[in-house]
Ligand binder design. Structure first.
Ligand code: BES
Ligand code: MN
Ligand code: ZN
Length: 500
């Protein structure tokens, strides 16, 4: 879909504009938005409301044809809810209604003349991205592996936002941002949805190279030998159980000043997690192809960064391998020495994410980062704690980290890709005690997502750090099975807003 701005001025009055469809708002008490009033000279809209065919509830809609005195052949009435100041969550519903309606119309182009400046506590830019995200969601198809492609979205191809000239610049930049984010989300979805026999660590490396070629990133892909010289024995211990060679991807976008400390994004890239010798149960194990969604979110975010030509230094780091049972695999009780020198007793080979991340988190010290953010489908316990609505956000509890957490949470709210903060505290660290090594890789049943974060925390003491557990948010199960592309919108919004 193509988006543009149409300036609301005397030359472009709503009744005279030539477009296939104009969307205007109405409210639950049967009152009309100013755009609806402008098209109601023949009282056709008032009559439609009287008929009871549309309630005005947020997300309700009704299509009218050939209104007298209006050049556009279709007027789409869209319910905006009770109040002229529209609640954020009501407008999210409105956005989905628009995306749905536009996809099923015979119209080729449309004009959105909704009161986008009237969302509670949110600017016009927010409303625009909400609509673009909903349109992107509607248009996404997971048919890469199907021999016959699913039907593409038909209907409206070109959408213009009807806005006062004073809002045009902000609106244009909101469109560019939302389009970049949608590109990133779609890439993350595609990579997540690919099966593990296609999307291997080598494949992820190829994707990183492709991104680097498109957007002029610097890319480096370390292989097993180089990882051995770096002493990433914890990562390598997981990789050893599989015939697929591990890869360690480093992507660099140098958009800022040479001396500016970079933001580093670290993504868990388990292209399949069988559990290893601590084998997972069979039911639903196919979903462990999604155990690389952290990595996919880093690559997706980089696509968006490239699209936006972000003026910051950002480094993406992806440790990638499979977790498989074999004669070379980790065994419960094995002890490995991580790159940091700390030793780890592997009491459960299925807690492998932290084993590959800890070495990546040590590796990134060399970048003297401004902040490091890791993104990982780390624990089933996080799904128990937060379900599928919020990603888990973990940081230490001090001034710098509380500010970082607040900024990340705000970016999540602003983009509709929310997270909820969870604790990191020394009391939980005690659960990781081992009789034989510096730590165990599991902390028992209670607070499983917290002890996993506490494990990672031990490798991040040299920089500012945040951890996202996206086990509940990265993909959907059941009939709607598919990757969500989260938390690309959150990460992009946070990064883009740092520049303001
Ligand atoms: N990739 C899984 C976490 C996961 C499980 C994400 C289910 C989404 C849905 C991770 O590697 C894992 O297996 N974690 C274990 C940790 C446990 C052994 C301490 C878990 O959550 O069961
Ligand atoms: Mn696992
Ligand atoms: Zn895993």
């Amino acid at each position: 879909m193509d988006f543009s701005i149409k300036t609301a001025d005397k030359k472009n009055t709503l009744p005279t504009i030539r477009t296939d469809c104009i969307a205007v708002g109405i409210y639950e008490n049967s009152s009309l938005s100013s755009a609806a009033k402008a098209l109601d000279t023949g009282k056709a809209i008032t009559a439609a409301l009287k008929s009871g065919d549309i309630s005005g509830k947020a997300g309700s809609s009704l299509l009218l044809h050939n209104i007298k005195g209006v050049n556009a052949p279709r007027v789409l009435l869209v319910g905006l809810g009770k109040n002229e100041i529209i609640a954020e969550k009501d407008f999210a519903v409105v956005s989905r209604t628009l995306a749905q309606a536009f996809s099923s119309l015979g119209a080729k182009n449309a004009l959105i003349a909704l009161p986008l400046e009237n969302i509670k506590d949110r600017p016009v830019e927010w409303a625009i991205s909400s609509i673009l995200f909903a349109a992107g969601e509607k248009a996404y198809r997971s048919d890469v592996m199907k021999s016959k492609k699913e039907d593409a979205v038909t209907g409206v191809r070109k959408v213009a936002f009807y806005l006062p000239g004073t809002k045009a610049t902000a609106a244009r930049s909101a469109i560019a941002r939302a389009q970049a984010i949608t590109k990133g989300v779609n890439l993350a979805k595609d990579l997540g949805n690919l099966p593990a026999n296609v999307c291997t660590p080598t494949y992820l490396g190829e994707q990183a190279k492709k991104l680097a070629a498109t957007y002029k990133f610097n890319v480096q892909i370390l292989d097993r030998k180089q990882l051995q010289s770096l002493k990433m024995n914890s990562f390598l211990s997981v990789a050893r159980g599989s015939d697929e060679p591990p890869k360690f991807i480093v992507l660099r976008h140098n958009g800022g000043k040479a001396k500016e400390a970079p933001v580093v994004l670290v993504g868990k890239g388990l292209t399949f997690d069988s559990g290893g010798i601590s084998l997972k149960p069979g039911a639903g194990m196919d979903e462990m192809k999604y155990d690389m969604c952290g990595a996919a979110s880093v690559l997706g975010t980089f696509a968006a960064i490239g699209e936006m030509k972000l003026r910051q230094n950002v480094i993406g780091v992806i440790p990638s391998c499979e977790n498989m049972p074999s004669g070379h695999a980790n065994k419960p009780g094995d002890i490995v020495t991580s790159m940091s020198g700390q030793t780890i007793e592997i009491l459960n080979t299925d807690a492998e994410g932290r084993l590959i991340l800890c070495d990546a988190l040590t590796y990134v010290e060399r970048f003297k980062p401004d902040a490091v953010i890791d993104i990982a489908t780390l624990t089933g316990a996080c799904v128990v704690a937060l379900g599928h609505h919020n990603s888990g956000l973990f940081t230490r509890d001090d001034e710098v980290h509380n500010q970082l957490a607040a900024d990340l949470l705000a970016a999540g709210k602003a983009s509709g890709d929310t997270a909820w903060r969870m604790p990191i505290e020394d009391v939980y660290q005690e659960q990781l005690k081992s009789n034989f090594a510096d730590m165990a890789n599991i902390g028992g049943q209670p607070a499983g997502s917290v002890t996993a974060a506490c494990f990672l925390e031990r490798f991040t003491r040299k920089y500012t750090w945040a951890h996202f557990d996206i086990a509940g948010t990265a993909w959907k199960s059941g009939a709607a099975k598919g990757a969500t592309g989260r938390p690309v919108p959150l990460l992009c919004t946070w990064l883009f807003d740092r520049e303001k």
